[in-house]
Design a binder for this molecule. Structure first.
Ligand SMILES: [Ca+2]
Ligand SMILES: [Ca+2]
Length: 267
């Protein structure tokens, strides 16, 4: 029987004058996307809902038995391989939606499906200006690097619950924290983080074990999402990571579409 889930909305906190974009913050909290209105059950974009871009990032559920085609090689955060992921660290499908605010700033939102688990883990969302992708393998080395201004959001889960989140920017040598959130999540004018049940109908994917035999895995039953006002920047690549799983997506030029739209361009 499918688990009945409740969706935990982000709490709205007081406005913070956060220097994520290096400019005066707007006063309104970020308005979260209605993911189920943007994406159809198959992951296709059905309506941009006033946004400028949206894309779907497929990732198989492994749950300790199924083969995931994109895991982080053991002890190597720069190599992607096929492998098995424990349920606590498993990522399902990911979703990205972007829009511009009245001031022309780019707002990026990303969410990823997970499995409920009582274990400690983390989920990271990294947005890169450079192209970060894999070349030929297997395994596949990750090519491309970080550029000053790149953004990393590290979301901690303790005993299965959202515990904290840290928003960071790459200064050329390391990621420096610029904002954070506690276990209640946060929804302010420059960033948000929240976790809850999945808002989308799960997509049933065929899954095989390492020997090539079909296996039955459970469907994602949890969701974590982040949002950022990144100002006039452009991002080309998105990476979503846990201690064992990874999703990479590149060549999106998210900010390009924002500027294109501001100039009256039509897609
Ligand atoms: Ca994966
Ligand atoms: Ca996975």
């Amino acid at each position: 029987m499918r688990k009945i889930l409740k969706y935990v909305a982000c709490t709205v906190a007081a406005v913070l004058a956060l220097a994520l974009v290096g400019q005066a913050a707007a006063q309104e909290p970020l308005a979260r996307p209605d993911w189920a209105a943007v994406f159809g059950p198959d992951g296709k974009v059905v309506n941009l809902q006033g946004g400028i871009d949206a894309f779907f990032m497929e990732d198989k559920i492994s749950d300790g038995i199924g083969l995931d085609m994109s895991v982080l090689a053991a002890g190597d955060m720069q190599t992607v391989d096929n492998g098995i992921v424990a349920g606590a660290n498993d990522l399902g499908n990911g979703y990205v939606w972007a829009r511009t605010d009245a001031g022309g700033n780019l707002q990026i939102f990303a969410g990823v499906e997970r499995l409920d688990s009582p274990a400690d883990t983390y989920v990271e969302f990294e947005f890169n200006q450079d192209v970060v992708k894999v070349h030929s393998g297997t395994p596949w080395p990750i090519q491309g690097g970080r550029t000053p201004g790149d953004v990393l959001v590290h979301v901690n889960f303790v005993a299965g619950a959202l515990s904290s989140a840290v928003f960071m920017r790459w200064d050329g040598a390391s990621y420096q924290p610029v904002a954070g959130a506690g276990p209640e999540g946060y929804n302010g004018p420059d960033y948000l983080v929240c976790a809850g049940g999945t808002p989308l109908p799960p997509i049933a994917q065929e899954t095989w074990d390492a020997a090539g035999f079909p296996v039955q895995v459970i469907q994602p039953n949890s969701f974590v999402e982040v949002g950022l006002n990144v100002g006039p920047m452009e991002f080309t690549s998105v990476q979503v990571r846990t201690p064992g799983d990874v999703i990479l997506d590149s060549f999106r030029n998210i900010g390009f579409w924002a500027r294109w739209a501001q100039k009256g361009g039509q897609r």
